[in-house]
Design a protein around this ligand. Structure first.
Ligand code: FES
Ligand code: FE
Length: 438
């Protein structure tokens, strides 16, 4: 691993940020800062389990996508054995990028510079002029593509470049209870519906990650039209109701919006709701059946949202799931990936409707996405200003709230849904990484 670039002054500043979070304060500049960005690459993204792909994006042997961990481009491929491998997209000869497309199918990759050939699992199998040039001085077994460790949970493929990272199961911890809502829609699980929407935005990844960790506070304001026009199957006046659940010490958090009188599993086809009642645990069924909106973030930069959306205003909503990855490409600049996840076993008609609801609400041009991005870009710009260096934000909502003793799900669970509890947990974990505790 490269040397850690953090100066003693920056270390002290990070420690002071860490102390501030415990008191409900977090500095503005963190959301658009070159030094913070550089340290995040080294200490957060080079250490955490980072989301790479959903297994259903590469269902067949040879299928691949290219994705990033920090600034490292990776080929994530399903090999001939059926196993998934992630390898650094960098030729071991002189460093050329091996694969130039974002997705495709290939059993091998041939370097366009001097012609070294690798299997999609990363092994070097072909070297031009091997006998004449190298005269036995290299062993192909030593010069395969650099491998990245991967593990999966319910179809999600994660990778880490930290050899000492704990197993993924431990990393996700009890958040798996909540992830199942998105990933186990029906007994066969969920799959992506088409390739991701993919765009670049002048937004810091942390603003998006925080919002999706359960910012129910912004919804009645930023997305006011949704209530006014009838796209939302609830009303702004009940929007604070529900729970904020976070997993202490892990950073993951989810907001669970609840509308009294909302029919159980509203917006799902009835047969799918029945399947979920059978395949999920009784505690999960109790939580999920009464959830209108579920919006959560897996630390650091993977988020999900599920909610019903009325394709025709005023009519019954269709429940859709979006999964989103915020890949940081600069201070205050993010490459967004956004997928629609649908239940594998659902009818084609429901999959199409869910995709339609997702596209109208989120994706690159969705109305809700536009509302959010407009705000996030302005927050990012302000956070990068000179006066913002000395400004802090309050994270004190629900500071003293205690765990709801009746809630059947794991973690620190507080009510109402409008609460900073999940964000304190998120930034506290971020601080653990940034101060080198992880
Ligand atoms: Fe790939 Fe030379 S850089 S073969
Ligand atoms: Fe929003």
């Amino acid at each position: 691993m490269a040397t850690d670039p953090v100066s003693p002054g920056a270390e002290a500043a990070l420690e002071s940020i860490r102390d501030g979070i415990a008191k409900g304060r977090f500095p503005a500049h963190v959301f658009n800062d070159r030094q913070i960005f550089d340290i995040e690459r080294q200490r957060v993204f080079s250490k955490a389990w980072c989301f790479l792909a959903h297994e259903s994006e590469i269902p067949d042997r040879g299928d691949y996508v290219t994705r990033y961990i920090a600034d490292n481009n990776l080929i994530v491929a399903r090999a001939e054995s059926g196993d998934i491998h992630a390898s650094l997209n960098m030729c071991r000869h002189r460093g050329n990028m091996m694969c130039k497309s974002e997705m495709g199918n290939a059993s091998h990759f041939r370097c366009s510079y001097h012609g070294w050939v690798y299997k999609n699992s990363g092994e070097l199998v072909g070297v031009p002029y091997m006998k004449e040039g190298y005269e036995g001085r290299i062993d192909k077994r030593d010069w395969g593509l650099v491998k990245v460790r991967t593990q999966t949970y319910a179809g999600l493929v994660f990778g880490t470049i930290d050899p000492d990272a704990p197993p993924l199961e431990e990393y996700l911890g009890d958040f798996r209870f909540y992830l199942d809502l998105y990933l186990k829609q029906g007994s066969s699980g969920s799959e992506v519906h088409g390739p991701p929407d993919h765009w670049v935005t002048d937004t810091d990844w942390k603003i998006a990650a925080e919002n999706f960790a359960g910012d129910g506070y912004h919804t009645p304001v930023a997305h006011q039209f949704g209530f006014n026009l009838g796209y939302f199957a609830s009303s702004g006046s009940t929007h604070s109701q529900g729970w904020a659940a976070s997993i202490p010490g892990k950073g993951h958090g989810i907001g669970l919006g609840h509308t009294p009188g909302f029919p159980p599993f509203a917006g799902f086809p009835e047969e799918l709701a029945d399947e979920m009642r059978r395949s999920l645990s009784p505690e999960q069924v109790e939580v999920f059946s009464q959830t209108r909106t579920a919006v959560g973030t897996v630390f650091p930069n993977l988020s999900f949202l599920m909610q019903p959306f009325s394709i025709v205003p005023g009519e019954a909503g269709v429940r859709f799931v979006t999964m989103r990855l915020y890949h940081p490409i600069g201070p205050g600049r993010t490459e967004m990936y956004s997928w629609c996840l649908v239940p594998k076993d659902a009818s084609e008609q429901y999959k199409r409707e869910a995709y339609r609801a997702y596209t109208l609400a989120f994706a690159q041009a969705g109305t809700f996405e536009q509302d959010d991005l407009e705000n996030w870009a302005r927050v990012t710009r302000s956070a990068g200003s000179t006066m913002a260096r000395d400004i802090e934000f309050p994270y004190v909502m629900g500071m003293d709230s205690v765990r709801d003793p009746d809630f059947p799900g794991p973690g620190h669970v507080v009510t109402p849904y409008v609460n900073d509890s999940n964000f304190r947990n998120l930034w506290s974990r971020w601080s653990d990484y940034m101060t080198g505790q992880v």
